[in-house]
Design a protein around this ligand. Structure first.
Ligand SMILES: [Zn+2]
Length: 278
């Protein structure tokens, strides 16, 4: 069975869960409720859903997923979040290449401009980015007319290729969580969705890392924003037996020239007489 959509809101707790479940949902946070409802639905509970009206302070959510078209029918239904509360970013492999990468910047703007309250990096099973080897990729580029020589040397690093969907999600969450562009109070979750069943698995619980996070932005992270052009070049120690490159002598700049002295005009009094003296 493929799970494509949870019930959205409705306001009533399924009767078989009763008051105890209602109390439990009250203390659950949004993604805890999402995972719980998704897994109930995967077990066949057709009434499973997220009472989104109870989580208004956590909405909208910002999600990064892969470009795989099989996700089109799953999102955001399997989360139980209505489309208008679902800010959806996609790239090939839901890859984050750095804490200041363009995708991280988009996530930060999704929070700053569109009011996203929580971020979820959602990987999926059977990801083709994960299952394509470097040599396959080179062949595929070649058929598209992109020769190997035109590509960067390290394709794995350049494209952020990965060998494990789960590890890729963990790495992406780590980059986003530690980004100086993401508010320290914004939870960053990592999920994995089964592409055939729609079942969610929680890879990184963003609420837990939020509780242990240091609230202040590290100075080093701020420095990185300045860009590499402002950082000092690394000092490279000479290899053994290699002549160290002599440092240029520091010559103090010449002292500024004194201001020009105005020419002293010869006193004319000695040479000429005033008219009344004549
Ligand atoms: Zn994928």
């Amino acid at each position: 069975m493929t799970l494509t959509a949870l019930r959205i809101d409705g306001g009533q707790v399924p009767s078989q869960y009763g008051a105890r479940a209602a109390r439990q949902e009250e203390i659950m946070r949004l993604f805890e409720a999402i995972i719980e409802a998704n897994q109930r639905a995967a077990r066949g509970d057709t009434r499973a859903g997220v009472h989104v009206s109870e989580f208004a302070a956590s909405l909208p959510v910002v999600a990064l997923t892969c470009i795989d078209p099989r996700l089109n029918k799953l999102m955001p239904g399997v989360l139980g979040v209505p489309e208008e509360q679902f800010i959806w970013l996609r790239n090939a492999g839901n890859i984050i290449t750095g804490s200041l990468s363009s995708t991280t910047r988009s996530l930060s703007l999704a929070c700053a401009i569109k009011g996203g309250k929580e971020i979820a990096i959602i990987g999926h099973t059977d990801c083709k980015v994960c299952h394509t080897s470097v040599s396959d990729l080179v062949d595929r580029f070649r058929t598209l007319g992109v020769e190997r020589a035109r590509l960067p040397d390290n394709l794995v690093e350049y494209f952020g290729l990965f060998a494990s969907e789960r590890q890729n999600v963990i790495k992406a969450v780590d980059f986003v969580r530690n980004s100086p562009l993401i508010g320290p109070k914004v939870p960053v979750h990592g999920l994995l969705v089964d592409i055939t069943t729609g079942k969610l698995e929680w890879v990184v619980n963003g609420y837990q890392s939020l509780a242990s996070a240091v609230p202040s932005v590290q100075p080093a992270a701020r420095l990185n924003i300045e860009g590499p052009q402002l950082t000092k070049p690394a000092q490279i120690a000479p290899e053994a037996g290699e002549e160290p490159v002599p440092k240029p002598k520091i010559v103090p700049p010449p002292a500024p020239a004194p201001p020009p002295v105005p020419p002293v005009l010869p006193k004319r009094r000695a040479q000429t007489r005033a008219p009344w003296e004549r």
